[in-house]
Design a binder for this molecule. Structure first.
Ligand SMILES: Nc1ncnc2c1ncn2[C@@H]1O[C@H](COP(=O)(O)OP(=O)(O)OP(=O)(O)O)[C@@H](O)[C@H]1O
Length: 230
């Protein structure tokens, strides 16, 4: 991936779904390399729609998106896996495989990247260490708490050391204390130079984190401001 100053750049993005619904309406913003921001707004405001465009799970109806210097509309189909390797994604329902160990779950993204088993194991353990789960690598995710399972999902998202990390409601199932711990992990990756964009409903938590906040309302970006932590 090239190394531009703007890691994510939305230029007048509109997403109109086939049923005519406008999910995103003329959205423009830039996120610098290493910046951390929250994406917030009520249910249905367009948060997931926006994140899906960044990883090319969907295409905008009009406007341009650049991620890591790549103009997404110009990416060839064969380049999409390479784009996605540069973007870690964390979901609310972390989508872990319960018939595999914690270690094997985190190793999944490395299988397509072609690392040697030794280098792969080193990276998996480094990722588990970052989320505080090094001692649980042999366990089945079912034996872990919900917060720990979410950490496994985060380790899996960062095991390729992507320069961009996206999260869609990563604390949706967690109590306030665990939510804060998870957000602290995202903050650590941001401090290590990763560009982080987290979609969340949790306005209290957003307020405490004191970061830039992009607010969507019915597909419009109605606010883009820096929050001073409470
Ligand atoms: N494939 C689709 N076809 C039609 N409408 C869609 C489609 N995907 C999303 N929408 C609509 O676009 C709007 C934005 O949805 P989106 O999932 O992005 O919101 P959200 O902010 O992520 O909400 P939530 O917090 O509930 O996940 C909603 O009204 C939704 O119903």
């Amino acid at each position: 991936m090239p190394d531009p100053t703007n890691m994510i750049h939305f230029d007048t993005i509109t997403k109109r779904y086939p049923n005519g619904h406008v999910g995103l309406n003329q959205i423009s913003f830039r996120l610098d390399r290493g910046e951390m921001a929250f994406l917030t707004g009520h249910s249905g405001a367009g948060k997931s729609s926006l994140l899906k465009l960044i990883i090319l799970m969907d295409r905008p109806t009009s406007g341009g998106i650049q991620v890591g210097g790549y103009q997404l509309s110009k990416l060839r189909r064969a380049q999409i896996p390479s784009l996605r390797r540069n973007i870690g994604v964390v979901f609310q329902n972390h989508q872990l495989l319960f018939d595999r160990s914690v270690f094997d779950n985190v190793a999944i993204p490395l299988q397509v990247a072609g690392f040697s088993p030794e280098e792969g194991a080193r990276r998996v353990r480094a990722a588990l260490d970052m989320v505080g789960l090094l001692n649980k690598e042999k366990q089945n995710p079912l034996s872990l708490s919900t917060g720990e399972q979410q950490r496994v999902g985060i380790a899996r998202a960062v095991v390729n050391r992507p320069p961009v990390l996206l999260a869609d409601e990563p604390t949706g199932n967690l109590d306030p204390e665990l939510s804060e711990e998870i957000m602290q992990l995202f903050h650590n990756f941001h401090q290590a130079g990763v560009t982080v964009l987290v979609a969340t409903h949790d306005l209290d938590l957003v307020q405490r984190m004191g970061k830039r906040v992009l607010t969507l309302d019915q597909g419009q970006l109605i606010r883009d401001c820096q929050v001073v932590s409470a």
